[in-house]
Write a protein that binds this ligand. Structure first.
Ligand SMILES: [Zn+2]
Length: 644
């Protein structure tokens, strides 16, 4: 037996000759060459897939090397896609690998580009890109296998337009938020203090100069304590003095000023509100001089034990910091950050867990606040984990998930055998590490996969919006609104843009025009834009309409979401649904940042001018925005990130 035959004998036996012989000509797009991507590339090359396009925008970082085994130290700073293709190409001489160092969201990766592939495999690390690829695969009618890992958990989900749920059929949980008052006045857990220093204090001192009013206005509207809100307003004004000191060259006193305001004056002001402290322990204002002189006595034994336990041994990150250590670290890190602002290279500093100065600052500030409120303090490492919401990436999880992706991809490619496809979860149960769910039908309310997609080839510098809409609707005379993403471009009462070219409206290759029935009776048409073929005569109209024209179905009445049916072969089936894992990048952004929302712009240069000042979103889009914007109430339990 020749080497090539021997190499593939087992795969051929497992897959059967028919499927196996198709693999060399199956065109695969693999998006992502990170933790999952590297494993997966190796798997598909060895399985016998012959035409693989690999796309990733990242370069290799030293910290990737513990799990992205196609990379070596010499490859650091090189393109992931290029190096991964080079390495994996040697595993099978018959594979044709096309690496692309680029961003999948770039306009040239439009519907026709996706349509050249037989299957797309996602190995992505962020929700935004995953949703984008999902939409492109729905528009291009290309099967997609979605995947994600988070620590020891993982998920693989095959997606097929009109047959299964898409990635967006189940709303993804939104970042947790906390009530403003918990963060700003009445913290009770370390995470509250960490969120306060990371998302509030750091921004107040080193971020953009913003008007704090609107967040507090909102809180007031939502019925939070009015007296407390007034005190918080006063605090906000006083921040200005400190901000100026931090930006004034040679001001030696800025850090102390910041300390005095935040850990003394503000707390004194809060203590005045006796009602607030009736059912909870009041905070203790901290005294800068007394702490540095070692004469400060903090209430309670637990506190002094945890705060005074200076332990010189161990790693810097894991050392318990005393109250004085925290004051010193606060002063030191504040001075370092002030020096950066004064140096003029940076005008603001935002939190980044890998920014040593910012991490020191957040560690010290949150510990000082914890001390004042009688909450346990944390080591620098613990703060880093909680503030960065780090979930470690684990090589074995990636390996298992990559294997599952190949299995689901093979099911998708095995014609007429889609019944074998499963939504697979890797879970924390030693007895049943994998759970499978048969695939659900698309969610009739989904704003992505329920749209009727059509391809419109055009020259955006010449094609006018009105002509395209009219052309796509054909004989259909119904009233429609037209959107590009969330921008309203026209509706029955707003036709100013119809005579404008697509280019002047910034609607170009790779974008979609959503044509929404005003009555909500018919499905949305999503017209994806691409370029004209090179042989398109210059005298012909500057667009080519889809043929036949898209015929959106009448909208189904939306029933409650169907329950997944358990598979007969696994009695203990998890009924849990899509895991919104944000994958291999180490981070799930919980972003409990009580950040102010900017007031919605009602005009923009791209032509979205809405007479009543609101762009309400199409019916389907509006629904999606509602779910995306949902706030998960309740307390966050420690730093546990609830995924299911
Ligand atoms: Zn969907």
């Amino acid at each position: 037996m020749s080497t090539a035959k021997a190499r593939s004998a087992h795969v051929r036996a497992v897959l059967g000759t028919e499927l196996f012989e198709r693999l060399p000509n199956t065109k695969v797009l693999l998006v992502g060459a990170g933790g999952i991507g590297c494993e997966l590339l190796k798997n598909i090359v060895l399985t016998g897939f012959g035409k693989i396009t690999l796309l990733d925008l990242d370069t290799i970082d030293l910290s990737n090397l513990n799990r992205q085994f196609l990379f070596r130290k010499k490859d650091v700073k090189q393109s992931k896609a290029l190096v991964a293709a080079q390495t994996a190409g040697t595993f099978n001489p018959n594979v044709q690998l096309t690496p692309i160092h680029g961003n999948i969201k770039e306009p040239q990766y439009d519907i026709p580009w996706f349509q050249q592939f037989d299957i797309v495999l996602n190995a992505l690390d962020n929700l935004d890109a995953r949703r984008h690829v999902n939409k492109m695969c729905m528009a291009a009618h290309v099967p997609l296998v979605e995947s994600g890992t988070a620590g020891y958990l993982g998920q693989v989900q095959p997606l097929l337009k009109d047959q299964t749920e898409c990635f967006d059929c189940i709303p993804k949980p939104t970042p947790k938020t906390f009530p403003v008052c918990t963060i700003r006045s009445t913290p009770s857990q370390p995470i509250h203090c960490i969120v306060w220093s990371k998302s509030y204090l750091l921004g107040q001192l080193f971020g953009e100069d913003e008007d704090a009013g609107s967040e507090l206005d909102d809180a007031e509207k939502h019925g939070e304590n009015a007296q407390e809100i007034a005190a918080l307003r006063k605090q906000a004004q006083a921040f200005n003095t400190v901000r100026i000191a931090l930006r004034t060259p040679f001001n030696q006193d800025a850090a102390r000023l910041a300390f005095q305001k935040v850990f003394n004056t503000d707390i004194q002001n809060l203590l005045v509100m006796a009602d607030m402290w009736r059912s909870r322990a009041p905070p203790v204002p901290l005294d800068f001089d007394a702490i540095t002189e070692g004469t400060f006595a903090l209430r309670g034994n637990t506190l002094s034990a945890s705060c005074d336990a200076t332990n010189g041994a161990g790693l810097k990150d894991q050392r318990a910091l005393s109250l004085r250590d925290n004051v010193e670290l606060f002063v030191d890190s504040t001075n370092r950050m002030a020096a950066r602002l004064r140096g003029g290279n940076e005008t603001t500093i935002a939190f980044d867990k890998d920014d040593e100065d910012a991490l020191d600052f957040v560690t010290a500030a949150s510990n000082l606040r914890s001390a004042a409120y009688g909450i346990d303090t944390q080591t620098r490492w613990e703060v880093k984990e909680m503030a960065g919401n780090i979930i470690p990436a684990i090589a074995t999880t990636n390996a298992i998930v990559s294997g599952l992706i190949v299995l689901q991809a093979l099911h998708l490619l095995r014609r007429n055998n889609n019944s074998a496809m499963r939504n697979v979860h890797l879970q924390y149960k030693p007895a049943v590490p994998l759970s499978t769910i048969t695939l659900s039908r698309p969610n009739p309310a989904c704003g992505i996969c329920r749209d009727t997609y059509a391809l419109v080839r055009c020259d955006p510098s010449r094609a006018r919006l009105g002509d395209i809409i009219k052309g796509v609707l054909g004989e259909d005379e119904r009233e429609v609104s037209v959107y590009e993403d969330k921008r309203l471009l026209s509706d029955p009462d707003f036709d100013d843009n119809l005579d404008r070219t697509l280019e002047s409206l910034n609607v170009t290759q790779g974008k979609f025009l959503a044509i929404v029935d005003e009555e909500g009776e018919w499905g949305t048409i999503s017209a994806g834009l691409s370029t004209l073929p090179s042989d398109h005569p210059p005298t012909a109209p500057p667009f080519i309409l889809p043929s036949p024209l898209p015929q959106p179905p009448k909208k189904e009445k939306v029933p409650p979401p169907p329950e997944p049916t358990p598979t007969p072969d696994t009695p203990r089936v998890s009924r849990k649904r899509s895991l919104p894992i944000d994958t291999d990048s180490d981070i799930i952004d919980l972003a409990p940042t009580p950040k102010r929302l900017k007031p919605t712009q009602n005009t923009n240069p791209n032509g979205d001018l809405r007479k009543n000042g609101k762009a309400p979103g199409s019916p389907s889009k509006r629904r999606k925005l509602d779910t995306d914007g949902a706030v998960v109430p309740g307390e966050l339990r420690g730093d546990v990130i609830v995924i299911d």
